[in-house]
Design a binder for this molecule. Sequence first.
Ligand code: DQQ
Length: 584
Amino acid sequence: MDWSRSRVPLPAFAAFACCLLVMMLGGSVVPVEASHEIYPELQSVSVTNIKKVHRTGYHFQPPKHWINDPNGPMVYKGIYHLFYQYNPKGAVWGNIIWAHSVSRDLVNWKALEPAIYPSKHFDIGGCWSGSATILPGDRPVILYTGLDKDAIEMQNYAIPSDLTDPYLRHWTKPDDNPLIYPTEGINASAFRDPTTAWFSGGYWKTVIGSRHRRRGIAHLYRSKDFLHWVKAKHPLHSVPNTGNWECPDFFPVLKEGKNGLDTSSLGENVRHILKVSLDETRYEYYTIGTYDPKMDKYIPDNTSADGWDGLRLDYGNFYASKTFFDSNKNRRILWGWANESDPKENDTAKGWSGIQTIPRTMWLDSNGKQLMHWPIEEIEMLRGNKVELGKTTLKKGEHVEVKGITAAQADVEVVFSFSDLNVAEKFNPSWGAAHTICAQKGSNVPGGVGPFGIMTLATEDFYEYTPVFFRIFKVKNNMHKVVLCSDARPSSYAPGLYKPAFAGFVDVNVTNGKLSLRSLIDNSVVESFGAGGKTCITSRVYPQKAIYDNAHLFAFNNGMAVITVEKLTAWSMKNANRNVRGRI
Ligand code: DQQ
């Protein structure tokens, strides 16, 4: 089964079965705890033909082959660097190296030579995810997970070979690697993805994802010189029954305002975020909390659930994300990987798999209870032809087409208003998670207020469409539950696709009668931002008919209450230059 479709906690059993097998064979080999579904027969199938349909126009992707996690994003001498997990030989996971691209604007990218690839005893089995830290004196250093020949996971460092080259084309892996080896008591097959280090109390500190049985762990290590690292007695944080923690991210945010902070920032006006990627479900969760630098403990707020019911950066296809502090513009930027949702055979036939989501600026909501996201302002440079829809009312069952843009590749911003919240359906807490509600009711089952929203990547006759929409429910007087859905089920009828009805609650006060939505539509991806970036959902979809000029965009309402499109602005989006060789 393709892991992207697996939502059952199978890996714990798989790991157990794997250990048992190794024990039965009497081997001393550490079993690799599969981080990705592995298809050995396809890993090195070279690609001759690239299928263009469904390739994105302005999301980050290389010309061909498999990509996964964003690694070590940073800005150095004004140039943005993005490294990423890449298979140079095929369109499924395998042969993983750190590919490297650079940009001046986070939109147009130039591909450089791979930065890190297996070559030494401490990474010959793989160069897995990690982060960049800028040391004093403007000296970047990468911490990454290397696997040795026995698949033992350890943490290594790499440094630029020439600090005067702003492109940092060449990286050296010094001989004193590995820096951090899994000592007694550490799960050597689940010990990976070191974070950007922060400095406090005279020590550099980094966190490494792991697990002990099903307890997810963020192991903490300290170093005075970045070379000698000692494991702290207690992890920074751990939670039972959450399985292996991959790609942790730990960073400060300001209590107020949208500016970002350097990863080492502390103080009265600062909160901390701990994000973990849960291997068992391939979803990510974060908490907001307090970091005590003396005790080196992270204490999540009790308003912020810790584990399966917690806050998500994105309620869709989004994993292994990583942030960095952009000192160019004083903001914290989030990258995430959006895997394909089609079968592996299609990926091999397409010759490519995986994209990075549009980088997002991230800050703490003024209520202190969640993060906010918004696509980086630079993406607006790709906006081309613009159309506007003035005030338009939509009665139940009505839709209106937004004409005059390339609907397959567009940016759309809309503000909806509704006058009668009294007709909202009563919320039933037994419905459970937002995606259950979305899956049951979809975009066609009429409600009181909603479903209303936009239909992206739609054919004219609605044979195919990917609706992104709200439903508002009444909890009690003046208290409402808002659900944002991005429903891939009607997006295509090609066989074998993973087509979830993704959804998240939107923590917003709707008594002012308004809700906003922005969607970035790019051929096979729809990234949506509800209520100014309170709830985000990324869907991967593969329409068969709603492609290129046959794709249409509509605003719609299928609820009892009349909905008004107060304002809708949509732009055709131009192609970005992505990963071609040449000047940036
Ligand atoms: N991907 C990397 C690992 C990480 C996983 C391997 C998350 O380092 O844990 O490609 O997608």
